[in-house]
Write a new protein. Structure first.
Lengths: 231, 264
């Protein structure tokens, strides 16, 4: 259904307006469809467990165990993601009945997958950080939804970041959200040519490392806090 | 009954004034939510100035009209959405043994209701009306509130129908989610961009198009190029709302007669 709406929308828009440079209608439909399929995987909040464990207090025993707790959360999230990834298959088949999406060359697809995995990592750490707020406030629902909505818009999930005008356009590309959806998608539809793949991925990696570092700092501060509270 | 209803709102209002921080938080929440939707529309239409003859300002007005009706529903009738939960937990049976009308009781469940969305909706509609340059004459002044109310009734009818389904199926969260997201997507753009079948469904089966598309077509003096109806059908929204709610109410009564409880 979503795919139908997206197709109708973009078809109507392209039919009556001058197509913007660099993104034809079929690319746009491909972009929107792939973005929707990606969101099925990326919208799983893999680190929700942190919040739940904090509320129930079981996080204290987890911290005592001789395991890396963040890694434990990551594995748990990965499992949930894998489950949702299975759901993508029927959605993909339905989508293919409704729209024709472009199939890129195997190399492009491989690079897209790589970028997608990095994007998944950035998204994971973003969620991780959001859930860590719970160490201080216990409730993160509001903050989390606001960030989620903002990131839907700023990551290029709803509309390609290419469409943002002027200075705002440059700004959204510079934000970390772009690493989640925009980079993989633009590689897929070929807006980022092979010559610039390396740069795109490098920028993504930069955000990934930065977020991972930030997450580890926050995690250390947060787990100290639990100790102070006595669990 | 009206007296009781007025009393109910007085208490709600007092509760709201008591929790001012909560009120502000919800306000920010609602602003970001609608802000993202409008922001996405703005950026898209910056690139593609025309959507079947509608520009950004027209679509902004379309959105504001839907937002008002939808938020009015969320303010006045939101407790209907919790009916499946009451059914599941067995709390619904309480309403059935009391001597007041069941639906009235559902509508007056004490709940923290924040009219943030409604306030924001009215403000957005005022801005949109100004921006789009609609002539505010007596037809506008008379019909827009009625249309907003009619839109809220359409929404209420849908909530009520979904709630009634829970008498049989107990869990209807997914159904509700699907219908709500369809409403959101299908009310965002002029329905003329969709295929004929979908347009007919939106006009006559699930009449979302009456919440904003038809009225907006009338007020913006556009030709209705989708179903080739006279744009003045947009003024029928209150009647459509009542009819649709009537149908949903009949279904609700039918459901009540067959209600068996969940045994919990």
């Amino acid at each position: 259904m979503r795919v139908y709406i997206l197709r109708s929308l973009w078809t109507a828009l392209y039919a009556q307006n001058v197509a913007p440079v660099g993104l034809q209608l079929h690319s746009m439909i491909t972009y929107a469809t792939v973005a929707m399929l990606m969101s099925l995987i990326l919208e799983v909040d893999a680190t929700r467990l942190i919040r739940e464990k904090l509320r129930e207090g079981t996080i204290a025993t987890d911290l005592m165990k001789p395991i890396s707790v963040p890694f434990y959360f990551f594995s748990d999230g990965l499992g949930q993601t894998a489950l949702h990834a299975l759901l993508v298959v029927p959605s993909l088949l339905c989508a293919l009945l409704l729209v024709r999406i472009d199939v890129p060359s195997p190399t492009t697809f491989a690079v897209f997958l790589l970028a997608f995995v990095i994007g998944y990592g950035v998204n994971f750490f973003l969620n991780f950080l959001m859930n860590c707020i719970a160490f201080w406030t216990l409730e993160t629902f509001a903050a989390q939804l606001i960030v989620r909505w903002a990131s839907d818009l700023l990551s290029g999930q709803i509309i390609p970041l290419l469409f943002f005008p002027g200075i705002v356009g440059r700004l959204v590309f510079a934000l970390p959200f772009a690493a989640i959806y925009s980079t993989p998608l633009l590689i897929y539809v070929g807006v980022i040519p092979p010559a610039r793949w390396a740069i795109g991925i490098a920028v993504q990696m930069l955000w990934l490392v930065l977020f991972a570092a930030l997450a580890s700092v926050v995690w250390r501060a947060a787990s100290n806090r639990v100790v102070i509270q006595g669990g | 009954m009206l007296g009781a209803y007025a009393q109910y709102w007085r208490i709600n209002l007092l509760t709201m004034l008591e929790y001012r921080a909560n009120f502000i938080m919800w306000f920010v929440f609602t602003i970001v939510y609608h802000g993202v939707a409008l922001g996405a529309l703005f950026v898209t239409m910056e690139r593609f100035p025309s959507m079947n003859g509608w520009n950004f300002r027209d679509v902004f007005f379309l959105y504001a009209l839907w937002m008002c009706g939808h938020e009015l529903h969320n303010t006045l009738f939101f407790t209907v959405v919790s009916v499946p939960e009451y059914v599941r937990e067995g709390r619904f049976d309480r309403f059935l043994v009391r001597p007041l009308d069941t639906l009235f009781q559902v509508l007056t469940v004490p709940q923290q209701i924040v009219p943030d969305g409604l306030i924001l909706g009215i403000a957005t509609l005022a801005v949109a009306t100004h921006v789009v340059g609609v002539r505010v004459d007596w037809v506008f002044a008379l019909f827009v509130p009625a249309i907003v109310f009619g839109g809220a009734l359409i929404d209420l009818g849908i909530s009520l129908a979904i709630a009634t389904c829970s008498f049989w199926f107990v869990r209807v969260d997914t159904l509700r989610w699907v219908v709500m997201s369809l409403e959101q997507d299908f009310t965002r753009y002029p329905i003329s961009i969709y295929g004929r079948g979908v347009q007919i469904v939106l006009a006559f089966v699930l009449p979302f198009a009456f919440m904003n598309y038809f009225p907006a077509t009338y007020f913006l003096q556009k030709a209705e190029i989708g179903l080739h109806l006279n744009p003045a059908v947009g003024l029928l929204t209150p009647a459509i709302g009542l009819a649709w709610l009537g149908a949903a109410y009949a279904f609700w009564i039918f459901g009540l007669r067959h209600y068996q409880g969940t045994g919990s």
